[in-house]
Ligand binder design. Structure first.
Ligand SMILES: O=C(O)C1=C[C@@H](OP(=O)(O)O)[C@@H](O)[C@H](O)C1
Ligand SMILES: C=C(OP(=O)(O)O)C(=O)O
Length: 423
């Protein structure tokens, strides 16, 4: 087997976080919301299906959605449980929204989601008078909708899902809510709420205030390409010798673009061509393979690249020296324990990775070599895609267990990658 190069231009699918939120805000707005470049992946389809079950009419024409908003009081009790499948974002944001809807709901998930902690949303929502039951803080969760009141809440962790759950609950509450963030996490909910209902939200530094009682009005949303999906191509182009890849219209929200700063710190050959337009910032990104210096990612850097850590660990294996990741303990409660998964599976390809309770130490600069060709994604889409990129660097065929989990965020990843491969 020879090692290929990657050449060409690609458009990766729409942003997962923004696609979820476009449905949620569109559903509770008054009037029609149109969404272009919606991400048709399993996670976002779980959100879409949940709102259909609650009586929202959503028309799908490929990647284009038309949502007939029902207003803040218009959702209906679902006759069947709402199946969140593998999606933490769907679960936590819906828990927030449904806490203040005056009907009962039940949220279920797959085996991985049923192991993930929900206490982080139950605690603040209960303080708002939310009534939810989940054994040991895990799905399934029963929510008995209640009249909520506002709170002041300092988030104990930098989590956009917890922040967004509180924002959605706060919209139905009887008084204002303030949320204090320890570190800025992705702000798509705040930006979208400002668009749908400018009077409902104020944001000053790390303090967000929600003023309930104002209607949301339907909007037109263009979803940028997902930087977390683009990350696999940015890394692949940087480390597969001889490569040059352009990724078009990638969302470059400053709360999400930590991988760009890491590539720059490493001295990667990266060109950013900004696109001038309103809404979420976007750019065309071009990366060429070349020498890389090691990186040091600390706790304060994590929120802006939290989902990119697995593929950044792979990137570090190609750097000339020792890279470090710390303050990343949240990775242990994602779709898999991503710190352990990355250490064990890239380890099977000969990567020198030491696991710490809150991060990884990666010694780069030695070519990967297969020691065990049976790789496991642990059913985690980001691990599966990282391993597929890693497989480009080895001269032996590997297998990736449960690779179809890529459909959670990027159903066409394998075929898109193949369009760039030049043998
Ligand atoms: O709000 C969101 O859309 C997300 C927030 C992050 O999770 P946390 O809020 O748990 O950090 C991220 O890992 C997830 O993929 C999507
Ligand atoms: C953690 C992720 O998603 P979620 O929390 O929505 O399952 C992810 O997409 O990497």
């Amino acid at each position: 087997m020879t090692i290929p190069t990657l050449q060409g231009t690609i458009q990766v699918p729409g942003d997962k976080s923004i696609s979820h939120r476009a449905i949620i805000f569109g559903a509770i707005a008054e009037g029609k919301t149109t969404v272009s470049n919606f991400l048709r992946s399993n996670d976002c389809l779980a959100t879409l299906q949940a709102f259909r079950q609650m009586g929202v009419h959503i028309e799908e024409e490929g990647k284009h959605l038309i949502i007939d908003g029902v207003g803040m009081q218009g959702l209906k009790e679902s006759q069947e449980p709402l199946n969140m499948q593998n999606s933490g974002t769907s679960t936590r944001l819906l828990a927030g929204l449904l806490a203040g809807q005056l009907f009962d709901s039940q949220l279920l998930g797959d085996a991985s989601l049923s192991k993930r902690p929900m206490g982080r949303v139950i605690t603040p929502l209960s303080q708002m008078n939310g009534r939810m039951m989940a054994t040991d803080g895990h799905l399934p969760m029963v929510i008995n909708g209640e009249v909520l009141h506002g709170i002041h809440y300092r988030l104990p962790i930098a989590s956009a899902q917890v922040k967004s759950a509180i924002i959605l609950a706060a919209l139905t509450a009887q008084s204002d809510t303030t949320i204090e963030e320890p570190l800025p996490s992705r702000d798509h909910s705040e930006k979208m709420l400002k668009l749908f209902s400018p009077e409902s939200i104020d944001k000053k530094n790390h303090l967000i205030t929600i003023h309930p009682g104002h209607p949301l009005t339907g909007q037109q949303i263009e979803v940028p390409a997902d930087i977390s999906s683009a990350a696999f191509f940015l890394v692949a182009a940087a480390i597969v010798p001889g490569s040059e890849v352009t990724i078009e219209r990638v969302g470059l929200n400053p709360t999400r673009d930590g991988i760009i700063r890491v590539l720059q710190e490493m001295g990667a050959d990266l060109t950013i061509e900004g696109i001038d337009q309103p809404g979420e910032p976007m750019a065309n990104l071009t990366v060429k393979a070349g020498p890389l210096k090691p990186f040091h990612i600390k706790e304060a850097d994590i929120p802006a690249l939290v989902d990119e850590i697995p593929v950044l660990a792979l990137l570090a294996t190609a750097a000339d020296g020792v890279s470090t990741i710390s303050g990343a303990q949240e990775l242990r409660v994602k779709e898999s324990d991503r710190l352990t998964a990355i250490r064990s599976e890239l380890g099977k390809l000969g990567a020198a990775i030491e696991e710490k309770p809150d991060g990884l130490i990666i010694t780069g600069g030695r070519p990967l070599q297969v020691q065990n060709a049976a790789l496991d994604s642990f059913g985690d889409h980001r691990i599966a895609m990282t391993l597929q990129v890693a497989s480009l660097l080895v001269d032996q065929t590997v297998t990736i267990k449960d690779a179809d989990c890529m459909a959670v965020s990027y159903p066409t990843f394998t075929s898109d990658l193949h369009t760039l491969i030049k043998e």
